[in-house]
Design a protein around this ligand. Structure first.
Ligand code: FES
Length: 165
């Protein structure tokens, strides 16, 4: 992505229609994006989960440490709606009484800017030049991998599925 290129605002639809729909998928600048409406706010993020490319469209919502998250339907990874941060639960074995806590993996899912103008909703695709893991499934190689997995009966390699989520 070119950091100097200004981010174009794409008209997605009328606010009321998108509130009714709750979740809408669009392809902008060749990127599959999920626009969702939750607790009176619109969010936009890459549609395919950074972990193994499953669609986030049907993910449940959860609040963790005061952050709203989408839970990937495939392996239940938690992703914050506002930042695209991956959260996981773990215990610190050096603690006297190890207590499970939520930790951050950092930004894993690319999020995009949503703008409302006169009841119309626009999305600007993120042009942040830093590589974010969900970028992989927006690439030719990542899409080819997903297609191959789907053709072979979704025999996706669940190599990371045993991580604490
Ligand atoms: S594909 Fe989303 S958690 Fe594995």
């Amino acid at each position: 992505m070119d950091e100097k290129k200004p981010s174009r605002m794409y008209f997605i639809g009328k606010k009321e229609d998108l509130i009714q729909a709750k979740r809408t998928t669009v392809t902008l600048d060749g990127r599959d994006i999920l626009l969702l409406y939750h607790q009176r706010t619109f969010y936009a993020m890459d549609l395919q989960c950074y972990h193994a490319g499953s669609t986030l469209e049907t993910g449940d919502m959860e609040e963790i440490n005061s952050k709203l998250c989408i839970v990937c339907p495939k392996h239940k990874y938690k992703i914050t709606l506002a930042e695209g941060e991956g959260l996981y639960k773990a215990t610190n074995p050096t603690e006297k009484v190890p207590t499970p806590r939520w930790y951050s993996k950092g930004i894993k899912q690319r999020v995009h800017k949503v703008t409302e103008v006169d009841e119309d909703i626009f999305v600007s695709v993120s042009t942040c030049p830093v590589w974010i893991e969900s970028d992989y499934y927006q690439s030719e190689k990542g899409r080819a991998e997903l297609k191959k997995a789907q053709e072979s009966g979704d025999a996706e390699a669940d190599v990371n599925a045993d991580e604490d989520v």
